[in-house]
Design a protein around this ligand. Structure first.
Ligand SMILES: Cc1cc2nc3c(=O)[nH]c(=O)nc-3n(C[C@H](O)[C@H](O)[C@H](O)COP(=O)(O)OP(=O)(O)OC[C@H]3O[C@@H](n4cnc5c(N)ncnc54)[C@H](O)[C@@H]3O)c2cc1C
Length: 395
């Protein structure tokens, strides 16, 4: 957004300030590949400075809170920033401490997340010498960012163990609070069948309550128990505590946001982008990218006192790595579930929607380059912000 706005605004009239607590940017989709030695830590990090346009103010500091009624952002060091317009893009973070027993004595010994760089690297070291047993991949709670990442994880794990020659020694179970492998029926069936083909057991409707470290079990609210030797977990995802301190969030610290305009529901001069918003679509980088195009138009309108005409449709587009050099692709929005077909060109593709193909895998691998060189730099992609039905087959 800073890159887009800097180009569009008259610097005599507008000043852009970006505040972030960390100087390093992580390519989070790359965390998935680290446990399997496909990427290293160096492949997923770059300094944020590399992506900021010149002529904006950059402040590296944790935000204490937003005092929205006074149009002020308070930093942890006591500094105050006044604003005319504010974009909140503080994302979602994982909170393993929310689940009793999760961050206990087995944490980073037999229990790992891969949603943080620390977790992904610790798991990489652990898998190097793991000799097999019961691998359980469990999703703690909804919503969580990148809903397909745990499916990708078990697929990559399956291929990794097969390659190591220990597949017959590993029992892989996918445990989810959803009623199937994925939220939407057509994709859930395709992904469920894929996991079945790979001999990965799916346990649906499991609402994790606690972890028993002594007996190595996960236990649900209705007292179902699952044994593990190695537990990989998507911990509870919440919005940043800053949102709570500011009184701007719902009960999970996500900011109530107009699902089409990206405007905060409580303050007209606050807009929300990415995982921080409570939009009824996936929390994903692709969603943040498409929403940014809508936000750009609406923010320009708000600054010029015009009505907000651009409307976001909840468009999400996610490559799903499935192992053995293959991948699937889903493209959907608020109203249309992932459907089979070709993308982006009808009948031509080259990518196959809800199909397991090599070319989709190349799409996933190419995505990292696109991320660093196009998305973060606020450049245009040759893909519409709005989802299109072209190439999709109704089922
Ligand atoms: C394992 C994994 C795989 C994924 N795979 C994909 C994928 O294949 N495709 C896809 O589209 N998406 C994927 N995602 C999701 C994607 O990474 C996120 O949806 C995306 O990064 C969201 O962007 P964001 O800007 O909203 O939040 P973030 O990228 O999380 O950025 C939030 C920023 O806010 C800053 N911040 C937060 N609180 C404060 C504070 N109080 N003070 C100052 N700064 C603060 C943080 O430092 C951070 O820089 C994946 C995520 C993970 C973890």
């Amino acid at each position: 957004m800073a890159n887009k706005m800097k180009k569009a605004l008259d610097s005599e009239e507008w000043k852009i300030t970006i505040v972030d607590q960390f100087k390093t940017h992580y390519y989070q989709p790359g965390f998935l590949f680290i446990p399997f030695d496909i990427y290293s830590k160096q492949d997923v990090i770059k300094p944020k400075y590399d992506f900021f346009p010149s002529g904006i103010e950059v402040i590296f500091s944790e935000i204490d809170k937003v005092v929205a009624d006074d149009n002020k952002v308070l930093l942890m060091d006591g500094k105050q920033l006044a604003y005319d317009f504010l974009i909140i893009a503080t994302g979602t973070q994982t909170y393993p401490e929310e689940t009793p027993g999760l961050k206990d004595k087995l944490w980073y010994k037999d229990i790992f997340d891969f949603y943080t760089i620390e977790g992904a690297v610790a798991l990489q070291k652990h898998l190097k010498y793991w000799e097999g047993g019961k691998l359980v991949m469990c999703i703690s709670e909804l919503p969580y960012k990148c809903p397909v990442a745990p499916i990708e994880f078990v697929c990559l794990a399956e291929a990794f163990f097969a390659q190591k020659g220990i597949r017959d020694k590993v029992d892989i179970t996918y445990v989810t609070p959803m009623s199937g492998a994925f939220t939407k029926p057509v994709a859930s069936k395709m992904l469920g069948d894929l996991l079945e083909d790979k001999n990965i057991k799916v346990i649906p409707d499991f609402y994790l309550e606690r972890v028993d470290n002594e007996n190595k079990k996960i236990i649900s609210y209705d007292e179902k128990e699952i044994d593990f030797d190695l537990l990989t977990i998507v911990p509870v995802n919440l919005g940043n505590e800053m949102i709570e301190r500011s009184g701007l969030g719902d009960d999970m610290n996500f900011v109530p946001t107009h699902k089409e305009t990206m405007q905060s529901l409580s303050h007209e001069n606050i807009f929300v982008l990415g995982d921080a918003a409570n939009l009824p679509t996936s929390k994903a980088g692709s969603v943040a990218h498409f929403a940014a195009e809508i936000l750009f138009e609406n923010l320009m309108s708000a600054m010029e006192g015009r009505p907000l005409m651009a409307k976001f449709d909840g468009h999400a587009n996610c490559y799903i790595e499935t192992g053995y050099g293959k991948g699937a692709l889903i493209d959907f929005n608020y109203d249309t579930e992932p459907l089979p077909g070709t993308f982006p060109l009808p009948g031509i593709g080259p990518f196959g929607l809800l199909k397991n193909t090599k070319i989709n895998h190349y799409g996933k691998i190419l995505f990292r380059w696109i991320y660093w060189h196009i998305l973060l730099r606020g450049k245009e992609m040759p893909i519409e912000a709005h989802m299109t039905m072209a190439g999709k087959q109704r089922v």
